[in-house]
Design a protein around this ligand. Structure first.
Ligand SMILES: C[S@@+](CC[C@H](N)C(=O)[O-])C[C@H]1O[C@@H](n2cnc3c(N)ncnc32)[C@H](O)[C@@H]1O
Length: 261
């Protein structure tokens, strides 16, 4: 079944960025997912197509009106129902939400549709969030001018999980964060670049050696850069091979560090 995204946004044209280019562009053309946009301005009645107003209590900025957004959500739900989506969720992208991570991406990608709201200005009228939104998701502890980029980030991550989207189905399973590890380093031609040569093992043709080297690099990088992830991997259960490879990495790293110092 095709994954259905319904996006509520004041700037529908921005979504050309994902539907026209690269992996996500190809996937949309091949109907591996559909993206439909809804502009709250199309659900207003006044000639100025007003979608925002001043905040009660005063203060800077404007707030998005609940009513046009609610009409968008209703229209999006009807469209998703017509497409056969029975498990959709309404998600508001906001810096105040749960931080997006691989676990949440996997959770969402098990559904068959999502309704995603991009905020603007100071955000949405709180009552709309209370009544219509099931999940609030943030893409990090910083504030952007609008929810369009966060919505695109979420769609891109989910699209990568849809079977058939990536040329090689193994790509997604080897990415960072799968299995609580960072990805290993990658190299391509030429074999020597500015005096730096590709690790010999990658030229050996020995598939098991290459697999072990890559696993060791992933473990080592995660140890160095994301000890929090490694801790969670160890808690979930690390194999004897992984344990040995990590110990070996730590010893080699320590020896190299001493050499440099
Ligand atoms: C200028 S921001 C509003 C920020 C809001 N006043 C606050 O401090 O929580 C406008 C819109 O951008 C989006 N946005 C900004 N930063 C975001 C983030 N880190 N993650 C997800 N969405 C974000 C939200 O949709 C938000 O409604």
């Amino acid at each position: 079944m095709t994954f259905e995204f319904d996006v509520i946004t004041l700037f529908p044209e921005m979504f050309d960025c994902i539907t026209k280019y690269g992996v996500t562009g190809r996937a949309e053309k091949n109907n591996l997912y559909n993206l439909h946009t809804w502009d709250p301005r199309d659900f207003t009645k006044d000639t100025r197509r007003t979608v925002d107003d001043r905040p009660f209590g005063g203060g800077p900025g404007m707030v998005m009106l609940a009513q046009p957004l609610e009409k968008c959500v209703t229209a999006a739900k009807i469209r998703q129902e017509k497409c056969g989506v029975s498990d959709t969720r309404v998600v508001y992208l906001t810096p105040q939400g749960r931080t997006l991570d691989h676990k949440l991406v996997k959770e969402f990608s098990r559904l068959s549709g999502l309704i995603l709201i991009s905020g603007r200005y100071e955000g949405l009228d709180e009552r709309l969030i209370k009544q219509q939104v099931q999940d609030e998701v943030s893409i990090g502890d910083y504030v952007l001018s609008g929810g369009e980029l966060p919505v695109m980030v979420l769609i891109d991550c989910i699209a990568r999980q849809i079977p058939g989207v990536l040329g090689d189905p193994e790509s997604a399973s080897q990415d960072s964060f799968v299995d609580e590890l960072l990805d290993c380093p990658h190299y391509t031609r030429p074999e020597s670049y500015l005096g730096n040569v590709v690790p010999n093992v990658l030229l050996s043709g020995d598939h098991d050696k290459i697999r072990r080297w890559r696993l060791q690099q992933s473990l080592g990088r995660t140890w160095l850069r994301r000890p929090d992830l490694l801790k969670s991997k160890i808690e979930q259960g690390i194999t004897i091979e992984e344990k040995e490879l990590l110990e070996e990495f730590k010893i080699a790293y320590g020896a190299n560090k001493n050499k440099v110092n």
